[in-house]
Design a protein around this ligand. Structure first.
Ligand code: CP
Ligand code: NVA
Length: 306
């Protein structure tokens, strides 16, 4: 049985298998041919943080696959009153077939996975957001984007996830952050190790223009992630000059696409003009959460026995 906590636990071939499965299931869904790949299965969705896309896409996705989803806010279940994660995992995994959790600390997911009888999926942690990256890569393929990606902004869970995806799949990734907001050193090391095998080209810079020049895909994320609200004022000051605006986008390759996991804060990490000029890609990316996650869930179901 496999868990889906970080893309680093998967080989390139496995990631591409999940993507291909997602493409196949998406094609069927577009023809309103919803095959019951997960008939009568139950997905528990545990949220320690807010969500629009993750909640809706997993719920709708599970329904379209013939199963059911349960929304469990951590403040409404006994976790919120101190019941240990390991007990919660042992209870829920005896009643449900899959668990998706959005957590404050990545270690919570690891503990969940350790005690769960069923696959656990990361629906965002402080370290990674791997289901988002599956949707992002699916979108890159659909828009026929090239392999050079520029990530501009905070060295956060999204930056980490891009580092792992790019290093597994052999992409070129330039990560531009302000000083002091670089990605986690351990995650960077993992990516550099992966890159030796895949041939990925990865580098960090503080120069946004250098990162974006000639890039096929430009992407960013909020400067203030969930849980960092107290640092907002300082962050807005420190990220000055890191907004993806029209002048910066002009440096990207002709026909470059712009991706954003959403929610977007216009006037901060992205300008209104860039956002609206690239709305086609951004909302295809959001829709692809639904399709990519179906691929992940069906793949995990097929690998229950190793
Ligand atoms: N991108 C993303 O995960 O969105 P939500 O926080 O709305 O789930
Ligand atoms: N980095 C953001 C992503 C939201 C989808 C956060 O963790 O809040």
């Amino acid at each position: 049985m496999r868990h889906f906590l970080t893309l680093n636990d998967f080989g390139k071939d496995e990631i591409l298998e999940m993507i291909n499965l997602a493409r196949e299931i998406k094609k069927e869904a577009k023809a309103r041919d919803f095959k019951p790949y997960l008939k009568d299965q139950k997905l528990a969705m545990i949220f320690e943080k807010s969500s629009t896309r993750t909640r809706v896409s997993f719920d709708v996705g599970m329904n379209e696959l013939g199963g059911h989803a349960l929304f469990l806010s951590s403040s409404d279940i006994q976790i919120g009153r101190g019941e240990p994660i390991k007990d919660t995992a042992r209870v829920i995994s005896r009643m449900c077939d899959l668990i998706m959790a959005r957590v404050n600390r990545h270690e919570t997911l690891e503990e969940f996975a350790k005690f769960s009888r069923v696959p656990v999926i990361n629906g965002l942690s402080d370290k990674f957001h791997p289901v988002q990256l599956m949707a992002d890569y699916l979108t890159m393929l659909e828009f026929d984007a090239g392999k050079c990606v520029a990530y501009v902004g905070d060295g956060n869970n999204m930056a980490h996830s891009w580092l792992i995806l790019a290093s597994k799949l052999g992409l070129e990734l330039r990560v531009a952050t302000p000083a002091g907001y670089e990605p986690d050193g351990e995650i960077l090391n993992l990516a550099m190790k992966n890159a030796q095998i895949s041939g990925a080209k990865i580098y960090l810079t503080q120069d946004v223009k250098e990162a974006v020049s000639g890039a096929d895909v430009v992407t960013t994320d909020t400067w203030v992630s969930m849980g960092q609200e107290a640092e907002k004022e300082k962050r807005l000051r420190d990220f000055a000059g890191f907004c993806v605006d029209e002048n910066l986008m002009k440096l990207a390759a002709p026909g470059a696409i712009f991706l954003h996991c959403l929610p977007a804060y216009r006037g901060y990490e992205v300008s209104e003009a860039v956002f609206e000029a690239h709305a086609d890609e951004i909302f295809a990316e959001a829709e692809n959460r639904l399709h990519a996650q179906k691929g992940v869930m069906v793949w995990l179901d097929r690998h229950r026995n190793g």
